[in-house]
Design a protein around this ligand. Structure first.
Ligand code: NDP
Ligand code: 8X3
Length: 261
């Protein structure tokens, strides 16, 4: 039987790449996000390319009732969820603690922590009844390495790190696996969202670096999910070669900068 994979935040970046990667492996996918038009397009593309079915669920993960209604609306054939990829998340703003926007803080806490918890609560309950399942949380290097001006984002990813470890213990006796994927710099819409649509500022984040791509992370997720049932990959930290950790990045001059010399 085809596996069913539930991926939050599949309208772009890592989530979208992960949906395509699982479909390529022959899995049916449930894809979620607020931008429903993108989900519809992705469903069309995936179903045209692979022999799988796609269920798009458009909702705001910050709203507990929307999460409940979305999971409740799943067709019968999609109610057995084999793999949950808790990916939806964001950074909003990059400011010192005395200057941060409290609306940004709320968006990060409500999405990265509370949203992840709402969906996990709903899906984990089913996995326990099934006696099987795999939860894959997208954390970050920010989950162990707090950096300047990133206090609340880093705190939210520290929470994902703690939750991943604790849910692994809670779900141990049911044979449910829990993996945390913790990437460094990945070029997606992440920085554009962080800088509230400022494309130039977003582009600067990746200047002189070959960052990871959504596909790189999807491959790591697929590898963790493809292990035999007795193997659990607790966590994967995955970095661009030019980034040692949250604090050290080796940037090469861009062609334009070379010409200026
Ligand atoms: P993107 O901005 O490209 O994707 C984020 C996804 O999250 C989108 O599909 C978005 O959908 C969804 N999302 C955000 N807010 C909500 C919401 N309120 N309700 C429902 N869905 C929501 O960024 P990435 O792919 O990079 O980010 C994915 C995850 O990876 C995040 O958890 C991020 O913290 C983590 N990460 C990213 C890194 C990077 O450098 N890019 C590095 C380490 C971790 P929509 O807007 O349609 O709702
Ligand atoms: C996203 C990458 O560098 O902002 O988690 O921590 S970073």
């Amino acid at each position: 039987m085809k596996k069913t994979v539930f991926i939050t935040g599949a309208t772009s970046g890592i989530g979208e790449a992960t949906a395509r990667a699982f479909a390529d492996e022959g899995c049916n996918v449930i894809i979620t996000g607020r931008r429903y038009e993108r989900l519809r397009e992705l469903k069309k593309e995936i179903e045209a390319e692979y022999e799988v079915e796609v269920v798009p669920l458009g909702f705001d993960i910050r709203d507990k009732h929307q999460c409940e209604a979305a999971v409740e609306s799943l067709p019968e054939a999609f109610r057995h969820i084999d793999i949950l990829v808790n990916n939806a998340g964001l950074a909003a703003g990059l400011e010192h603690i005395d200057e941060g926007d409290t609306n940004d803080w709320e968006a990060m806490i409500d999405t990265n922590i509370k949203g992840l918890l709402y969906i996990t609560r709903l899906v984990a309950e089913r996995m326990v009844l099934q006696g099987s399942g795999h939860i894959i949380n997208i954390g970050s290097i920010a989950g162990t390495q707090p950096y300047e001006s990133g206090s609340v984002y880093c705190a939210s990813k520290h929470a994902v790190h703690a939750l991943s470890q604790a849910m692994r213990i809670d779900l141990l006796s049911y044979g449910i696996r829990v993996t945390e994927i913790r990437p460094g710099m990945v070029e997606t819409e992440f920085s554009l969202v962080r800088f509230h649509g400022d494309q130039e500022r977003a582009d600067n984040v990746y200047k002189g670096v070959t960052p990871l791509t959504g596909d790189d992370i999807a491959e790591a997720i697929l590898w963790a999910a493809g292990q035999p049932a007795h193997v659990n990959i607790n966590e994967i930290v995955i970095m661009p070669t030019q980034q040692a950790n949250a604090y050290y990045t080796c940037r090469k001059p861009t062609d334009m900068q070379k010409n200026e010399k």
